[in-house]
Design a protein around this ligand. Structure first.
Ligand SMILES: NC(=O)c1ccc[n+]([C@@H]2O[C@H](COP(=O)([O-])OP(=O)(O)OC[C@H]3O[C@@H](n4cnc5c(N)ncnc54)[C@H](OP(=O)(O)O)[C@@H]3O)[C@@H](O)[C@H]2O)c1
Length: 242
């Protein structure tokens, strides 16, 4: 049996899809988020352990991750924000919150998990989340693009520092049907218009990113580190047909 995986944001759209994908293989899971009720329901369904934390409070995040045990094989940080505003309306507090939740939270999660990842020896894997809006520029994305750009830098720096024992990669999704993106996807006409901007002509489903995260956690990706991999229906690299 492979070692325990901590999923921060484990009750979210992508985090819970990943937990559901990993659980049948018997891989032990530890879920972290804020809402104890949702955590407890999912953890009992999947036979996982869980702890509550707010990622903007590094001390609570550390103890929630440490509650996962002294030996880990994987850490996934699947927490994020979507602050879409014209740059003239981005308040310092918006940018600070985006940076705190997306970038500083990821750093604090890695720092908290590192002793347990190292305790397992070689073969550890860390998966972080960026966004399509770093590789490709979109209006209204200044604050989130800044914060996720930091996550991409963190991914490469950590991959270099933690090799060869621990691999570090990031996933960069385009718009994916999760609670985070509901403000954009709940309007069917808007969702359809955005879907058409993707060469693969649909929005992402949580399982699209969860499948890649599961692969990046597995030994099958054992020679992949320091990569930011798009799960975006081709949106960052390709022009959609008219
Ligand atoms: N969905 C998209 O379109 C999209 C696009 C690009 C990138 N991404 C990235 O993909 C990752 C996963 O996103 P998602 O769409 O699955 O998000 P989601 O459905 O909103 O899930 C977020 C998860 O994080 C937890 N969480 C949120 N704020 C937290 C906080 N302050 N402290 C602790 N836990 C917190 C939530 O649970 P609680 O509320 O109980 O805390 C939930 O478990 C994120 O990094 C996001 O930026 C998503």
């Amino acid at each position: 049996m492979q070692g325990k995986v901590v999923i921060v944001g484990g009750t979210g759209g992508i985090g819970s899809a990943l937990a559901r994908k990993l659980a049948p293989s018997g891989r032990p899971l530890h879920l972290v988020a804020r809402d104890a009720g949702r955590l407890s329901a999912l953890a009992s369904e999947l036979g996982a352990s869980f702890a509550t934390a707010d990622v903007t409070d590094p001390a609570s995040l550390r103890s929630a991750i440490e509650a996962g045990g002294s030996s880990l094989s994987g850490l996934v940080y699947a927490v994020g924000t979507i602050t879409l505003k014209p740059v003239s309306r981005v308040a310092p507090a918006d940018a600070e919150r985006d940076f705190r939740v997306n970038a500083l939270g990821a750093l604090a999660a890695v720092q908290a998990a590192l002793p347990a990842l190292r305790a397992q020896g070689a073969g550890g894997s860390i998966v972080l989340f960026s966004t399509v809006a770093v590789q490709r520029g979109f209006p209204m994305h200044a604050s989130i693009a800044m914060a996720k750009g930091a996550v991409e830098g963190l991914t490469r720096a950590l991959a270099a520092e933690l090799a060869p024992e621990i691999r570090v990669n990031a996933i960069a999704p385009s718009l994916t049907r999760t609670p985070l993106a509901e403000g954009l996807t709940k309007n069917a006409a808007m969702a359809e218009a955005i879907a058409r901007q993707h060469p693969l002509r649909r929005l992402g489903e949580p399982e699209d990113s969860a499948s890649l995260a599961a692969f990046l956690l597995s030994p099958e990706s054992g020679w992949i580190t320091g990569q930011v991999i798009a799960v975006d229906g081709g949106r960052a690299a390709l022009e959609a047909k008219g």
